[in-house]
Write a protein that binds this ligand. Structure first.
Ligand code: GLN
Length: 448
């Protein structure tokens, strides 16, 4: 009830939710009370949470931020939603996001923009912008977002909360509306690193329904929180401290790194020489996969269907997709279809795949020398709503420091590190080797 009151108070300004499930939440809370009384409390028993609207929820509208799915009610839960329910979560509703998770500000949502609770004139980041804004505003205790190129870490950084993108394959993608399947990964957005460890321990694990889900057992993440950073080697990539990095972000991140040094970590200068290629490689691979994944929204199978009188099949495709998709989604479908077309495939998609391997090799070489990498999450603090909306390239640059992690399939976390003089939060990014989430928790918790 306290959370529902908080939602009523903050939503008119923050606009973090697209759908509220208050009635069902109260019933779930009662069931949680009964489970607790019966001694059957799961690890998230009675904890109220919202979820990014990219995650399928049985019986609860799942729009993915798109008009094309505005009335879509999935008949099933995503694997991770099912896990959260079994652990006792109370679902408050679904969070706003950029349409199909394409964006960095929630301004690409087909419905509305969310606002940063620290400064309502600022974007909350994206694409999990409603999610991070809600956790920061206290209108959900924790949440789960998704990150294809930075969409958990960048909004977490802008909203002063913790965001973890796990290793690719750690959390099942079953029931996560697909954007770019080789990059998409779900993970927790929370207020503390300890909460992130708790939520990941619930949602991680093997799922036979996702062929890219990893079978290895889920470690005791809570135990890793107390490990500390003494003796850990933290790599500082020179490519992350370059022109374009806001001086306040640089100063805050360097102060955080100095603090980790004070706690016993050793800072080691390292190089990720192919960093410059991450953005162009991502913007070939992600739109290519998106153009294929989004082919299913054709007006036939599910979602919006626009059928003009007397129109044929092609008219239905055209009308449904041009009215259902927003401009950024259409841009990506066009880019992706072009990159995959006959005669261009090798030059674009094939080449991007090769450079992606080089980017992964950069990280592998660095992780032979260090335990984790530290640096900025995003080049600037949150910008103003409207500031970059007409300039997609500027918007894409938001993710220059996060994209390479997804291309390499690595885990990355953003933790709050300070504020700009304007009072907008700044995060510190910690990147680990494959399946080294425990190291991220150790470093993050020691710092927090
Ligand atoms: N901002 C990036 C994009 O628009 C990343 C989005 C994401 O991680 N889902 O594609």
């Amino acid at each position: 009830q306290a959370l529902l009151r908080r939602i009523e108070d903050t939503e008119p300004r923050v606009k973090a939710y697209l759908t509220l499930t208050a009635g069902a939440a109260l019933e779930q809370a009662q069931a949680a009370d009964q489970a607790r009384a019966a001694g059957q409390a799961g690890p998230l028993c009675g904890v109220p949470a919202g979820l990014k609207d990219v995650l399928c929820t049985a019986g609860v509208r799942t729009t993915c931020g798109s008009k094309i799915l505005q009335n879509f009610v999935p008949p099933f839960d995503a694997f991770l939603v099912n896990k959260l329910k079994q652990a006792g979560m109370v679902l408050l509703g679904k969070h706003n996001m950029d349409e199909f998770a394409m964006g960095s500000s929630t301004e690409n949502s087909g419905f509305e923009a969310s606002h940063n609770p620290w400064d309502l004139a600022a974007i909350p980041g994206g694409s999990s912008g409603g999610t991070a804004a809600s956790v920061a505003a206290g209108s959900s205790i924790f949440s789960v977002g998704t990150d294809t190129g930075g969409s958990i870490r960048q909004p977490a950084s802008h909203c002063g909360v913790v965001g973890l993108k796990p290793t690719y394959g750690r959390v099942s993608r079953f029931g996560l509306v697909a954007f770019a399947s080789s990059l998409d990964q779900a993970g927790p957005i929370t207020r503390s690193v300890a909460d992130a460890a708790l939520v990941l321990s619930v949602i991680a694990g093997h799922d036979p329904d996702d062929s890219t889900s990893d079978p290895r057992p889920v470690p005791d993440y809570a135990a890793s929180l107390q490990r500390g950073v003494k003796g850990l080697k933290l790599g500082v990539p020179k490519e992350f401290f370059v022109a374009g990095l806001d001086p306040e972000v640089e100063a805050t991140v360097k102060a955080a790194m100095a603090e980790l040094e004070g706690l016993g970590a050793e800072l080691v200068p390292v190089s990720l020489p192919h960093t410059d290629y991450a953005l162009p490689v991502y913007y070939i691979i992600a739109p290519a996969e998106a153009s294929s994944n989004l082919a299913r929204y054709d007006g036939v199978k599910y979602g919006m269907s626009v059928r003009a009188q007397g129109g044929g099949l092609m008219d239905m495709y055209l009308d449904t997709r041009s009215q259902g998709f927003g401009p950024e989604v259409i841009r990506r479908v066009m880019l992706g279809t072009y990159a995959l077309s006959a005669g261009y495939y090798d030059a674009y998609y094939g080449k991007a795949g090769q450079v992606r391997t080089l980017i992964r090799c950069d990280f592998e070489a660095v992780f032979e020398k260090v335990d984790a990498i530290v640096g900025p999450v995003t080049p600037t603090p949150a910008f103003d709503i409207g500031q970059k909306v007409d300039d997609p390239l500027q918007m894409y640059l938001s993710d220059v420091f996060t994209l390479s992690t997804n291309l390499a399939g690595l885990p990355g976390m953003s933790i709050p590190a300070g504020f700009s003089t304007a009072g907008r939060p700044i995060g510190l990014q910690i990147i680990g080797p494959h399946f080294a989430e425990e190291t991220l928790f150790a470093v993050g918790h020691a710092y927090q």
